[in-house]
Design a protein around this ligand. Sequence first.
Ligand SMILES: Cc1cc2nc3c(=O)[nH]c(=O)nc-3n(C[C@H](O)[C@H](O)[C@H](O)COP(=O)(O)OP(=O)(O)OC[C@H]3O[C@@H](n4cnc5c(N)ncnc54)[C@H](O)[C@@H]3O)c2cc1C
Length: 290
Amino acid sequence: MQVPSHVEYERATSVEHALSLLSRPETRVLAGGHSLIPMMKLRLAQPEVLVDINGLAELAFIALAGDQLRIGALARHADLLSSAVAGQWFPIFHDAEREVADPIVRLWGTVGGSLCQADPSEDLSAVFAAVRATAVIRGQHGERMVPVREFHLGPYETVIRPGELLAEIRVPVRPGTGSAYEKVARRVGDWSVAAAGAVLRLHTDHGRTVIESAGIGLTAVGAEHFVAAEAEDFLAGRVASSESFAAAGAIAAERCHPAADQRGPEDFKRHLVAELTTRALRRAAARAGS
Ligand SMILES: Cc1cc2nc3c(=O)[nH]c(=O)nc-3n(C[C@H](O)[C@H](O)[C@H](O)COP(=O)(O)OP(=O)(O)OC[C@H]3O[C@@H](n4cnc5c(N)ncnc54)[C@H](O)[C@@H]3O)c2cc1C
């Protein structure tokens, strides 16, 4: 099937206008369209109305505000990749965005669309989980905040209700934090076979570098909410060392749930999780210290 079924098209002129259009039944937000349009062509999605939010400049921003990095849902992958302030505080964003698809997809695909698509292989879901971001969801009756770690209910399913849209994502900024993302794909621009993102906050205690907190996100390997929670708990309070990073990698590999598919068997994916988590932690620690 290559042709979507009949659909009405509405172009929103403001967030309020978008929300009023979304109050109609069977509507869907259209952002970059890089996931939604192919799904409509395959008839996996059959909305009756598309609400195009591409004209909403008020949702297309990346800015530091106090102790938070704020990213509008309509910021494109390319915007995040070229954002100096995002790269300065969270190099993990630049690591991941360099690996998302190709320049054409990155120019159109949006940060919000990536999160809302909730594809288990979406790189930014693991990244925003690792940095412990908060999603700001708008509806006609106001705004609600949801930690990204609670945003995804399962594959292709999020907490966004009919009539709502994701407006922005907020990331707490803390000095002394380092982050990194490591991905293995079959070829350049492909989806992950597996990937791992790490965020470390370090401090010095009696001359030793100690992990204050760790965030670990996993892509495409069936980790609950894209998080390696047991590995994070293991690291908190330990000395930042190659041994503790390797042990955390092993825990992450053991506790995730990869499925064998055309990208590889389960044991290969577990091997990747162990190795990529260890590497991401090592790089995050080096960046935290610099
Ligand atoms: C060839 C190709 C390769 C790709 N490779 C990768 C890759 O390696 N890694 C990766 O992470 N991604 C990859 N992607 C996906 C890419 O990141 C898409 O940009 C992303 O999946 C969807 O973003 P979008 O803006 O196009 O969303 P759309 O396709 O417009 O929307 C996707 C879904 O989210 C909903 N939605 C969008 N925005 C909002 C909002 N603000 N509020 C509520 N709902 C919303 C839509 O209604 C729809 O259900 C690839 C895509 C393509 C086409």
